[in-house]
Design a protein around this ligand. Structure first.
Ligand code: 3PG
Length: 389
């Protein structure tokens, strides 16, 4: 058996003379915020080990992150301060005079937190000038933002021209754990759900090559079911998706599809039927995998030594259509407590796993959605360049 994780990672653990340095820490603290309230802080909790490590070396820490939907990073800074039991100074800019002045007043172990990087147009354009100014207040750059490392953005890409770059402890763990999927202890069983086949083609290809079985559910499966010539009623699919699915099933014989499905007339409905996959009516919508499929999928997951799961298997937001996703989630969690190594990733997938209250049983929950797909698909990741070799 090949030994996995042969990669070389330039980790903060390798930094000599770290003591007292000013560190620019790029985190991905892009958490859901509604009306100023943080809905889930798992990404904030995940970077605590890196911050604690840096504090042990009396460093001065400048934290940078992006937040989606034009939200300010202020509530995130506050939550981080609560979790660390430490005062964090929030600066309402990510570059400029206020930042320069705050940095010049920093003492060892101080933490300052800068405003949402994406408020500055230079960030998403990978603008060198912006990266240079961002870098100018620090001596060392640490990337602990695996989840955004697939983006060619200034704070993960261009920034490395201006500072010596290292990985944080979270990024390092992401790589080591995801490498156990890329070089799995066989049998590897992959479970892929979700909606858009286009975003998952490379992942499905890559995992099909490595997996003993690859189990497909969610709206994604509709493309495959249609490619077999079965009706899928009014379910979500597109012509291009069906073509892609047809090619994939022709090439990879280890792809396993639902044998029965839950159908409803509306996604919000409480009325539903279990149907064999070849008996879906014109006006049905497929909303979940059926009980025989759950049993079939579990029979494969039971044999796995390595498990990867990305994407819900049905409309789990609806009370009536959550059973496929939650049953499979529970079983993956259970197997992860035993001999199998289990990895789960993707925002909605983690949300579903959390409903089971068994997320702590799983060996690794990736903080990366798109980034996990990119890494497992072997895509180039600008944020990892020069740090992971
Ligand atoms: C994520 O939530 O997946 C990361 O923070 C990346 O966010 P993005 O897709 O907006 O770049």
């Amino acid at each position: 058996m090949k030994i996995s994780h042969r990669v070389k990672i330039k980790s903060i653990k390798n930094i000599k003379n770290l003591a007292g340095k000013t560190v620019l820490l790029r985190a991905d603290l892009n958490v859901p915020i509604e009306q100023g309230l943080i809905k889930d802080d798992y990404k904030i909790v995940a970077i605590l080990p890196t911050i604690s490590y840096l504090l042990r070396y009396n460093t001065k820490i400048i934290i940078i992150t992006h937040i989606n939907k034009d939200n300010t990073a202020k509530p995130v800074a506050k939550r981080l301060g609560q979790l660390l039991g430490k005062k964090i100074l929030f600066i309402s800019q990510c570059v400029g005079h206020k930042v320069e002045s705050a940095v010049s007043n920093m003492a060892p172990k101080d933490i300052i937190f800068l405003e949402n990087l994406r408020f500055n147009s230079g960030e998403e354009k990978n603008n060198k000038k912006f990266a240079k100014v961002l870098a100018s207040s620090a001596e060392i750059y640490v990337n602990d933002a695996f989840a955004v490392s697939h983006r060619n953005h200034a704070s993960v890409s261009a920034i490395k021209k201006y500072l010596p770059a290292y990985s944080g402890l979270l990024l390092e763990k992401e790589i080591l754990n995801l490498n156990k999927i890329l070089e799995p202890r066989q049998p590897l069983v992959s479970i892929i759900g979700g909606v858009k086949i286009q975003t998952k083609i490379f992942l499905i290809k890559k995992l099909s090559e490595k997996s003993y079985r690859i189990l497909i559910g969610g709206a994604l499966a509709n493309n495959f079911i249609a490619a077999h010539g079965f009706k899928i009623g009014r379910s979500l699919v597109d012509k291009a998706g069906i073509k892609i699915a047809a090619k994939l099933i022709k090439k990879y014989k280890n792809i396993i599809l639902p044998v029965d499905v839950i159908v409803a007339k509306e996604i919000s409905s409480a009325n539903y039927k279990v149907k064999p996959v070849n008996q879906v009516d014109q006006d049905d919508i497929v909303v979940d995998i059926g009980p025989r499929t759950i049993k079939l999928f579990i029979s494969f997951i039971r044999q796995a030594n390595t498990i990867i799961w990305n994407g819900p298997l049905g409309c789990f937001e609806n009370e009536h259509f959550k059973h496929g996703t939650l049953s499979i989630g529970r079983f993956i969690a259970l197997r992860s407590t035993g001999s199998a190594f289990g990895v789960v990733g993707g925002g909605e997938t983690i949300e579903a796993l959390k409903i089971t209250k068994m997320e702590h049983y799983v060996d690794w929950i990736s903080t990366g959605g798109g980034a996990m797909l990119a890494y497992l698909s072997n895509e180039k990741m600008p944020g990892l360049k020069g740090i992971v070799k």
